[in-house]
Design a protein around this ligand. Structure first.
Ligand code: HEM
Length: 329
C-alpha cells in the first residue's frame, strides 16, 4: 500500500522537476532570443537610417504637390470627427487625424501594426526607418507581435509607455483618464508662444519655433510637477516628448493656423502637405538634430520657474480664440 501510494508521488516530483527545467530553459532561450533580436533590430535601423540620410543629401527633394501618395497635392479623404463613445482614439494627434480622414480605420480599432508603418510613411513622409521603428516599439511595449498583431488606438495610451505626463496637447492622465481628446487650453497656450518669422501664406502671424516649443515644454513640466501628485518623468519620456514636438516645425513649418486645425480638430488643413520633402523621407539622423535642439533648450528647474508660471496656466481663450495669458507673467 505504502509503495503504491509513494510511486505516483515520485513520478509527479520527477514530472514537475523536468517541467520546471523545460519551462526555465524555454524562458531563458526566449529572453536571449528577444534581447539579441532587439539589439540586432536597433543596429540594423541605425545603419539603414544613416544610409538613407546620406542618400537624402545627394538626391534632390521631392517636388511640392508630389511628396506623398496619401493626401497627394493636399487633397485628403473626407474628414469625420470620431463618434464619441464607440471610436477608439489616442494621445497622438497624427494617428487620430489619419483615422478621422479614413486613412486608418475610422473606428480606430484592430489596426495591424504594419498598416501604421505604411500609412505614416505615405502621409507624413517620415523615413522607412522611423515608420518601422515606432510601430515596432509600440508592439513590443504592448507585448504583441509587430508582424501579426493589431491594436486599438487607445491601447497606445498605456501610461508611461510612450504616453507620458506634461504633454503639449493633453492633460496628464492623473487629471484626465481619456487621453484620446485634445485639451484646447494647452494647445492654445502652445500656439500663443509662437514667435518665429511669419510664413508668406499668413503674413503677420508668427510661426512656432523650436525655442518656443522648448519654453512651453519646460512650463508644462513645471506645471505638472506642481499640480500632479503622481507626476513622473524620465529621460526616455522627455526625449519622446521632444520628438513628438519636433514634428510641429518639421512637418508643419510651425504655421499656427495649420497647427490649430491639426491639433484641435485632429484634421489635415485643406491643401496641407508635409513640409518634409526628402527623397527617402525624414530619417532619425536628421530628425534627432531638431529633437536634441528642443530638449536641450528646455528649462524646468522648479524653483527658478515657479514664479514665472504662476497664473499662466489659468488663462483662457477669449471669443476670438486668442489666448489671454500669453507669455510669462
Ligand atoms: C505609429 C506611429 C506613432 C505612434 C505609435 C505615436 C504615438 C504617440 C503617443 C503615444 C503620443 C502621446 C505622447 C504624450 O503623452 O505626449 C504621441 C503624441 C504625439 N505625436 Fe505621435 N505617434 C506616432 C506617429 C506620429 C507621427 C507620424 C506624427 C507626425 C506629426 C506624430 C506627432 C505627434 C504629436 C505632435 C504628439 C503630441 C505631443 C504632445 O502632446 O506633447 N506622431 N504620439
Amino acid at each position: 500500500m505504502s509503495s503504491m501510494s509513494s510511486w505516483p508521488v515520485r513520478t509527479r516530483a520527477a514530472d514537475s522537476a523536468s517541467f520546471l527545467i523545460l519551462n526555465a530553459s524555454t524562458r531563458i532561450v526566449r529572453a536571449v532570443y528577444s534581447n539579441v533580436s532587439t539589439v540586432l533590430t536597433y543596429g540594423f535601423i541605425f545603419v539603414w537610417d544613416a544610409g538613407l540620410a546620406l542618400l537624402n543629401l545627394v538626391l534632390p527633394n521631392k517636388r511640392p504637390g508630389n511628396v506623398v501618395p496619401l493626401g497627394k497635392g493636399g487633397i485628403w479623404p473626407t474628414y469625420q470627427p470620431p463618434r464619441a463613445k464607440s471610436d477608439s482614439r489616442c494621445s497622438c494627434p497624427a494617428l487620430n487625424a489619419l483615422a478621422n480622414h479614413g486613412l486608418l480605420p475610422r473606428d480606430g480599432r484592430q489596426i495591424p501594426f504594419k498598416q501604421l508603418t505604411a500609412v505614416i510613411r505615405h502621409s507624413f513622409n517620415f523615413g522607412p526607418t522611423f515608420c518601422f521603428f515606432v510601430p515596432w516599439f509600440a508592439a513590443n511595449m504592448l507585448g504583441r507581435s509587430y508582424w501579426t498583431d493589431t491594436l486599438d488606438l487607445s491601447d497606445l495610451d498605456v501610461h508611461n509607455g510612450i504616453e507620458h505626463d506634461a504633454s503639449l496637447t493633453r492633460d496628464d492622465t492623473y487629471h484626465s483618464l481619456d487621453q484620446g481628446r485634445p485639451t484646447e487650453h494647452h494647445i492654445e497656450l502652445l500656439l500663443a508662444h509662437a514667435s518665429g518669422a511669419p510664413d508668406p501664406r499668413f503674413p503677420g502671424v508668427p510661426t512656432l519655433t523650436t525655442s518656443d516649443i522648448s519654453e512651453v515644454l519646460g512650463k508644462r513640466r513645471v506645471e505638472s510637477r506642481a499640480k500632479n501628485g503622481q507626476y513622473s518623468t524620465s529621460t526616455f519620456h522627455n526625449m519622446f516628448a521632444s520628438s513628438n514636438a519636433a514634428t510641429l516645425p518639421i512637418m508643419f513649418g510651425g504655421i499656427v493656423p495649420d497647427l490649430r486645425t491639426f491639433l484641435l480638430e485632429e484634421r489635415f488643413p485643406p491643401g496641407w502637405e508635409t513640409k518634409c520633402r526628402r527623397r527617402f523621407g525624414l530619417t532619425f539622423t536628421e530628425f534627432n538634430k531638431t529633437v536634441l535642439k528642443i530638449e536641450m533648450g528646455v528649462h524646468e528647474d522648479h524653483d527658478e520657474m515657479r514664479g514665472k508660471t504662476d497664473g499662466w496656466t489659468d488663462g483662457k481663450a477669449d471669443d476670438s480664440g486668442v489666448f489671454v495669458d500669453k507669455k510669462d507673467k
